[in-house]
Design a protein around this ligand. Sequence first.
Ligand SMILES: NC(=O)c1ccc[n+]([C@@H]2O[C@H](COP(=O)([O-])OP(=O)(O)OC[C@H]3O[C@@H](n4cnc5c(N)ncnc54)[C@H](OP(=O)(O)O)[C@@H]3O)[C@@H](O)[C@H]2O)c1
Length: 303
Amino acid sequence: MKIAIIGANGMLGADLCEILRGNKKFEVVPFYGPVSEGIGHRAKGIEQDKEVIIDITNQIETEAEIVKSKPDVIIHTAAYTDVDGCELNKEKAYLINSTGTQNVALAAKKSGAFLIYISTDYVFNGEGKRPYRENDTPDPMSIYGKTKLDGEKFVQNILEEWAIIRISWLFGKNGKNFIKAILNQMAKSQILKVVDDQIGSPTYTKDLSKGINYFIQKGCETGIYHLTNQGFCSWFEFAKKIVELTGNAGKITVEPINSLQLTRPAKRPHNSVLENYAWKSKGYPLLQNWEDALKEYLKEEKK
Ligand SMILES: NC(=O)c1ccc[n+]([C@@H]2O[C@H](COP(=O)([O-])OP(=O)(O)OC[C@H]3O[C@@H](n4cnc5c(N)ncnc54)[C@H](OP(=O)(O)O)[C@@H]3O)[C@@H](O)[C@H]2O)c1
């Protein structure tokens, strides 16, 4: 089975490539974006069997390259993921996240492939008092969330065979993430101030990639899925756990602050917790607890 991964150099895309390549039943075709042109992978010395660079905002190029590669499944991870950047560069955000996803969906239709679209907790407004289920009504409060929700609508309107997998608070070794930011701050300061009025489920790219591997092996059932590591915490609790697990509990103090104390262009949801309801209902294995995932990640980072 041929699997095309769009955004193969991204934090999730890179681990997806690695995990799916380990599955003998799959042939992986990575699609890189216009910025990296696959450079990250080449620098890491990962051999590519086939390597294609596409700009998903270019419909003709996207369709031509995807159709040519004849994938059975496409995993679309590419996005403009800078949440504050999206607020300041609205046109770019709509072009990549909304129009780009429309182009990928049209290409999937033309090539007869099943499309897995990676979406986000930011499609919800975060005012809910319980974890969000797949059929809760989205109401994004940021441009990033709006553009990703547009992408979801294109996928559902254009295709018959699709999955939308909403994820949250992603961390992985191949990208900028909260853990790296905290480790950097710990090197500079003994007091860290971290927001405690936003909660979510930190999610490890490796666990997510294993989940997606399982989903494809099971035959890809159309629908919306929430998929995250289990359990939840605030950013403050997440930071405290990083400090503790790196053996710095006595040396570094983490202080809680309110998100209003940070002036950032984009609003973030207070409640970002996604119940993995559809995933669980199908009997698919849940991802491990976020604390265990964090331990694994920190071990991996040390290597
Ligand atoms: N990070 C999070 O916390 C988080 C949370 C919830 C959901 N998500 C979603 O999860 C997915 C993966 O996120 P991530 O953090 O792994 O992303 P990332 O590291 O920022 O990578 C995104 C990738 O998108 C590619 N891309 C950007 N513009 C493109 C274009 N015009 N044409 C083709 N490719 C383009 C980039 O490719 P090049 O660099 O090769 O140009 C980049 O490698 C995204 O869809 C995101 O919305 C992320």
